[in-house]
Design a protein around this ligand. Structure first.
Ligand code: SPV
Ligand code: MG
Length: 301
């Protein structure tokens, strides 16, 4: 093992899903921070976040790919497995549309349960998906077809705690509040553990309207990437269950890598960057090199 987990290996997946479920259903608003590989997952966990959003946008862009299902679902699975092996906090995978039909969802959920991923978020769009912030209109899945995916996910999960979050894209598609509420209600009735209501409007108003109408039927999850100016306190007052900071680590890494690469390129020297970077020793520490050194003492002749 790369590190000693506090959550015991046996029933680890179930315990982590229970932790995610507690975040979703607890009285207090909780926060999930984006990560896109084992390293960023470790940074998110060591900072203190109680859960991780395995963002489709961030995972695909960190692979050099577009957020359009260019990475296959098994490639995404491999990335989240590295993440789950690295941290002791639950991971909610952005599972896009489920990468196909209800049967793809069943395969996905079975594998996520095997690999200790705490939950999956499925969105009511068409495979291959388009990122919600691209273009004006997005084609949505038929409600009954998407409900079939939710039911298939819930029937496939191998323990009771696994969380299925249904993501409603009606506001993104410009279909309005009543369509969003109709869809959320259908997905809730199909068995979704929480509803992610997505919006790209900067004032956040439609999110508050939705939350007001929705009441406490099921936990509400939001992604305030585009309405980041709305004070977090207002989401807390509106009884939002969970807030996802969705893509800020991959964006931060782009800025940091551009900066250091440019300086080294321009100056043909490391002298100007060395003092501002984490040391190589810190790199060893973050992946728990010490554990391997100790294991060598124990196991090598
Ligand atoms: C992601 O992080 O991949 C998301 C959130 O799905 S968004 O990019 O806002 O659609
Ligand atoms: Mg996504």
């Amino acid at each position: 093992m790369q590190q000693h987990f506090k959550v015991a290996p046996r029933h680890r997946g179930e315990a982590l899903s229970k932790n995610l479920r507690d975040l979703l259903t607890g009285d207090e608003t909780s926060f999930l921070m984006e990560a896109h590989n084992g390293l960023s997952a470790r940074i998110v966990a060591e900072t203190g976040f109680a859960g991780i959003w395995a963002s489709g946008l961030s995972i695909s862009s960190s692979l050099g790919l577009r957020d359009a299902n260019e990475a296959s679902w098994t490639q995404v699975l491999e990335v989240v497995e590295y993440m789950a092996d690295s941290v002791d906090v639950p991971i909610l995978l952005d599972g896009d549309t489920g990468y196909g039909n209800f049967n793809s969802v069943r395969r996905l959920v079975a594998k996520l349960c095997q690999r200790n991923i705490a939950g999956v978020c499925l969105e009511d769009k068409i495979f291959p998906k388009t990122n919600s912030f691209i273009g004006e209109s997005q084609e949505l899945a038929a409600i009954d077809e998407f409900c079939g995916k939710i039911k298939a996910a819930k029937d496939t999960q191998t323990h009771d705690q696994f969380c299925v979050v249904a993501r409603v894209e009606a506001l993104i598609a410009g279909l309005g509040l009543s369509e969003a509420l109709k869809r959320a209600d259908a997905y809730h009735k199909a068995g979704a553990d929480a509803i992610l209501i997505h919006s790209k409007k900067a004032d956040g108003k439609e999110i508050f309207q939705f939350a007001e109408e929705w009441g406490n039927r099921a936990p509400l999850v939001i992604v305030p990437t585009m309405y980041y100016r709305v004070p977090t306190e207002e989401f807390i007052q509106a009884k939002i269950s969970t807030i996802i900071w969705a893509n800020h680590n991959v964006r931060a890494s782009i800025a940091a890598m551009r900066d250091v690469t440019k300086k080294i390129y321009d100056l043909r020297s490391l002298a100007s960057v060395e003092s501002s970077l984490p040391s190589v020793k810190e790199v060893f520490e973050i992946v728990n090199q010490q554990e391997l050194t100790d294991a060598e003492q124990k196991y090598l002749p």
